[in-house]
Design a protein. Structure first.
Length: 191
């Protein structure tokens, strides 16, 4: 377990450092999913964001899953009781995803070699904005430390997403202000 704590702290440090030093959201979220996988030794990790219509989850970052699995089909909340629970703020653990009737795409899950899944909400202030999942290839009961690590990294991911949104809003406001002051559109790359 000592090695796990060291790996967990390293993962938190790497992701926090990336959040602090990069406005590139893809880079931050890719580092997050990679760090989860490396720190835990689990098969894979994915991060999905709630679409603006709040009816589906869209892939934002993934590490360790095939593109065939990632592109298997939409994750619609109406078809996914598990994701509805997560969007309501709950942590959900599944021991055998391929046989759990609440899990979408059980055949693709089995083909991908996924067994157990731990899913946590991405919470930005009081809003749930997405889902962070980690996957194992063998049956696994996730412990409190693994759950806490995933929750901490989900919080860092949500912070990065909010920072990127605030940056884009500020940049857009800046350009609108310049446009109004100068009387003509200013190129977006001018900031």
């Amino acid at each position: 377990m000592e090695r796990n704590y060291h790996d967990y702290y390293q993962a938190l440090y790497r992701v926090a450092q990336t959040v602090n030093s990069s406005l590139d959201l893809r880079e931050v979220l890719s580092e997050l999913t990679r760090s989860v996988t490396e720190a835990t030794g689990f098969k894979a990790c994915s991060l999905r964001l709630l679409a603006p219509d709040r009816n589906r989850l869209l892939p934002a970052a993934v590490h360790g899953l095939s593109s065939a699995y990632v592109d298997k089909g939409p994750v619609l909340l109406e078809n996914s009781p598990i994701d509805r629970l997560i969007i309501a703020g709950e942590v959900v653990q599944i021991t055998d995803a391929a046989s759990d009737p609440r899990w979408q795409y059980p055949e693709e899950t089995e083909t991908e070699g996924i067994c157990s899944v731990l899913s946590v909400p991405l919470r930005a202030k009081a809003r749930i904005i997405g889902v962070l999942r980690t996957y194992t290839a063998t049956p696994h009961l996730f412990d409190q430390e693994e759950t806490q690590l995933l929750l901490a990294l989900a919080n860092l991911g949500a912070l990065a997403i909010e920072n990127a949104r605030c940056y884009e809003e500020t940049r857009s406001d800046y350009h609108r202000t310049l446009d109004a002051l100068m009387g003509f559109p200013v190129a977006a790359g001018a900031m």
